[in-house]
Design a protein around this ligand. Sequence first.
Ligand code: ATP
Ligand code: MG
Length: 481
Amino acid sequence: MQPLLQRGGQRLVRCAPRALTLVRRHGTDGHGRGTDHPAPPGAARTPSVPMVSRMYQPANLREGGQESELTCRSQRLMQQAGLIHPSSPGCYYYLPATVRAMEKLVRLIDQEMQAIGGQKLDMPSLCSAELWRTSERWDLMGKELFRLQDRHGADYCLGPTHEETVTTLVAHQASLSYRQLPLLLYQVTRKFRDEPKPRFGLLRGREFYMKDMYSFDVSEEAARRTYESVCHAYDMLFSRLGLRCVQVQADTGNIGGTLSHEFQLPADIGEDRLLVCGSCSFSANVETLPSGKTDCPRCHTGTLAESKGIEVGHTFYLGTKYSRIFNATFSNHQNQAVVSEMGCYGLGVTRILAAAVEVMSTEEAIRWPGLLSPYQVCIILPKKGSKVAEESGASAEGLVHALQESLPRLRGEVVLDDRNQMTIGKRLKDANRLGYPYVVVVGQGALEETPRFEVICQQTDETMFLSKDGLVDLLGRVETV
Ligand code: ATP
Ligand code: MG
């Protein structure tokens, strides 16, 4: 065997017959993890190219496991594609490709929250009942709260939201000055709610990820400005994802406060009913209006049309509801303690992932917001034993090399479909179903003097034949996060 290329944990080798194969080098196991044979000291650690044959995205999970009714498109597609797997009602395994998509979404959220001054922290999920009794929500939350006791008999709940927890934290800082406000603290953590009807896969779980941010301001006016800036950040986020959300006036529910909006993604399976004015920008959740209302309360001329939406985000102006109870104060110009004005702002992280798949996919094929796709590019290698397989080794190798060298941003974003016992057609079908934005086929064209590769842009359904340089040029424009 003659090594062709040595990059990180793997090397491409030509073996008899001259088919392109990947062999692991001692030191890593092909996924960048250590093995019994440590890499020599100082060896370069370029990420290896993930192989479809080794990915833990198991189609065999389609059957078995905890039965769950496949109630909507995103749940069915995600389960069938080995993206999620049900464990108990409303609880899921997030399989590796989903974790990649989620990490990307969290990076985007971090960018937008930090752009408006958000500081990330991480609060305990195990929350003492004391705090919840103080706010009177221990009783108010009823069965939705997952409750438990420690060995001493003290009551706890698994955090469904963190107003009590964060306000207690901020209240502990006696020296908080007006100069430090607005203070925006946020986290991305698992939340626990014993939903009466967990369903639709990740859209309504009992254990799910939420981004929750809490703001502390010097005055109502300042808090309203903060509220506006968070709404703007949410608009930015959804527009980067290519999701057209509607911001609707909303009920404040058991969170409390006086001003609230939901960010709703229009979808037939949405569980919220929205009323949108045909003449002005007014839109509201039906819960906020008297039943049967059809005329617009803002412009009084337009008619309200009903549609359905998935609530992907929620913002609340809380006033001093929690800060008063927990005594979260700051010192003003005169060095007097003043109760902070608060806001809280949620984004359903796992719900956004599923909602995006729900509205962007077809019945057969997953489509992601480009930025969230678990991998950007899938290269399909020729079928074993074919003429192309025997003769295209060098050009396929050149292609992988060029992508790794010229496009560092795409490192880790390119996968090789090495299941070379399968026909190209079958693998193309899989790639279509999984929704890689770009699929590159090493076919007949790879044997030409200047090798050409078939490139399918799945978002636009376009097919192109590009040289290695053309492909590098195209993929160089792919946005990643
Ligand atoms: P819903 O009305 O859908 O039950 P909520 O109004 O109770 O949601 P919030 O307390 O506003 O939810 O939580 C903030 C965000 O967290 C929501 O906008 C939503 O995107 C997400 N979220 C809430 N509940 C769930 C859940 N059970 N599964 C997944 N995401 C959820
Ligand atoms: Mg809500």
